[in-house]
Design a protein around this ligand. Structure first.
Ligand SMILES: Cc1cc2nc3c(=O)[nH]c(=O)nc-3n(C[C@H](O)[C@H](O)[C@H](O)COP(=O)(O)OP(=O)(O)OC[C@H]3O[C@@H](n4cnc5c(N)ncnc54)[C@H](O)[C@@H]3O)c2cc1C
Length: 446
């Protein structure tokens, strides 16, 4: 069985190594634009800020490692066309002629490309996107000779990079066209807590203003955002990604608004072509609408599902809840499921529960505040959760993801058994306190 995989990101390489795991005889070839593979893009902001010493540390394996393990990696090559009627891929190595490869199965794992706002000046020197390890290295090199930075886009990645630049001693402004930071995963009442923290760390936040223009001759010199004109040496565009669907289109795979269309086996509209990662369209587990899930965790899970199905095992990829977690400075932030705003936009009748608690027993040295918000239906079904603290956020978000996926109700959550010891938790968990608050409101409403 010959399998060709296009893309060496989390989705492509997970599919490759799992196909090899389940079928030793499979001939697996991965084609990628990049010269480095198997690195963690998620760690780029922390290398920029110096928490991780170098970009070499975030590379897990070399192409040679994969070649030794029976996976043929073709680096610095662009897949340019898929002729699905003939089961062939045409690719062009850097500085070489086009090559044709046959496949029995193809996996399109081409990821996403950064959205570049359609304004003047984004092509000036000193303006960067943040996607690949190469982007990260260029940002770090430029940042080291910079004094003033503007990060456009206040999603988690924009804030992580902004904080990293601040750690290098640079004056940082983060700008967002919407009225709050973290607009995709957090409600304004929670996002403001993160905003206040960032401001307390010296980061300037500009809301409600879109990027108008970047001014300069060859180098970026000023950023115009509404009434603000900010001097800059470096600009980071962190304005979202668009699925890379060109190759899937060339293969004549069906493509939807959010990306390549796949079924729950990660199979495209062409049966021997699978697609995984940031380039595919997925379903939201609560609203059942089509959406994107541009997360490493999603790409890895999809890669495993595709590998199992290609090698004759049964596996399905379920609709997503888009759990997100991040660490910005000392602050951990996490969210899963619907926000209050998105629930309202979807016309759902909801109740909100909140708790302000501690991460350890009140008397235990070093306990830290933890703020939790739960969104649930009037009937008590949990729909979403947002948590902010200086520790223990990710595990609680994961508990809530399981609760939402298993349709646990608020009342059941309040009855659930949680572990407890003073140095690591409170006797009543913060998420139980928030669920109790929601439950009280539901009972009052009845
Ligand atoms: C700065 C940053 C921080 C992030 N933080 C997190 C986080 O904390 N948690 C989390 O879950 N996710 C995070 N993400 C998102 C996560 O990295 C992505 O969701 C994940 O990498 C997607 O994997 P993928 O395989 O779909 O695509 P990618 O990793 O983008 O890989 C796409 C691959 O396709 C190749 N390719 C594309 N077109 C072609 C072509 N025509 N020919 C050959 N090769 C091609 C590229 O070279 C690349 O190898 C972060 C992303 C960034 C950039």
């Amino acid at each position: 069985m010959k399998v060709v995989i296009i893309g060496s990101g989390a989705g492509g390489l997970t599919a490759a190594s799992n196909i090899k795991k389940y079928s030793e005889k499979a001939e697996v070839t991965v084609i990628t634009l990049e010269n480095r593979v198997a690195y963690s893009p998620c760690a780029i902001p922390y290398v920029i800020g110096g928490e991780i010493a170098s970009f070499d540390e975030i590379v897990m394996h070399t192409p040679e490692y994969y070649n030794e393990h029976g996976i043929n990696i073709i680096t610095e090559s662009e897949a340019i066309e898929v002729v699905s009627s003939e089961n062939i891929v045409k690719y062009k190595p850097k500085n070489d002629n086009e090559v044709i490869l046959n496949y029995d199965y193809l996996v399109i794992a081409t990821g996403g490309s950064p959205f570049i706002p359609p304004v003047k000046g984004t092509d000036l020197q000193g303006v960067f996107k943040v996607r690949t390890i190469e982007d990260g290295a260029k940002i770090k090199e430029w940042a080291e000779k910079s004094e003033n930075a503007v990060v456009v886009g206040a999603g988690a990645i924009g804030l992580e990079v902004g904080y990293g630049l601040k750690e290098l001693g640079i004056n940082v402004s983060v700008t967002e066209m919407l009225p709050q930071i973290l607009p995709r995963s957090f409600d304004p009442d929670m996002a403001i807590k993160v905003q206040k923290y960032l401001e307390s760390q010296g980061i300037n936040i500009i809301l409600n203003q879109a990027l108008d223009e970047i001014l300069g001759n060859e180098l970026a010199e000023k950023v115009v955002i509404g009434n603000n004109i900010i001097d800059v040496d470096i600009v980071i565009l962190s304005t979202g990604i668009r699925p890379s669907i060109k190759l899937a289109k060339s293969a004549k795979c069906a493509v939807g608004k959010m990306g390549v269309k796949v079924n729950e086996k990660m199979q495209t509209s062409i049966p021997n072509i699978y697609s995984v990662g940031d380039c595919v369209e997925v379903y939201d587990g609560i609203t059942k609408q089509k959406t994107q899930s541009p997360f490493g965790t999603t790409a890895v899970r999809q890669g495993k599902v595709a590998a199992k199905n290609i090698t004759g095992r049964e596996a399905v990829f379920r609709p997503v809840l888009n759990s997100v977690v991040s660490k910005i400075g000392e602050l951990e932030i996490g969210a899963v499921g619907l926000t209050e705003i998105s629930a309202n936009l979807n016309g759902l009748d909801i109740i909100v529960g909140r708790s302000k608690a501690l991460t350890k027993a009140r008397y235990y040295p070093g306990c830290k505040p933890i703020d939790t918000k739960i969104i649930c239906s009037k009937e008590g079904k949990i729909l979403g959760c947002q948590i902010i603290a200086k520790e223990t956020v990710a595990e609680r978000v994961d508990t809530m993801a399981l609760a939402i996926a298993k349709e646990v109700e608020c009342e059941e959550l309040t009855e659930m058994e949680f572990s407890y010891a003073p140095p690591v938790s409170m006797v009543v968990d913060p998420i139980v306190l928030a669920a109790e608050d929601a439950l009280n409101k539901i009972k009052k409403d009845l």
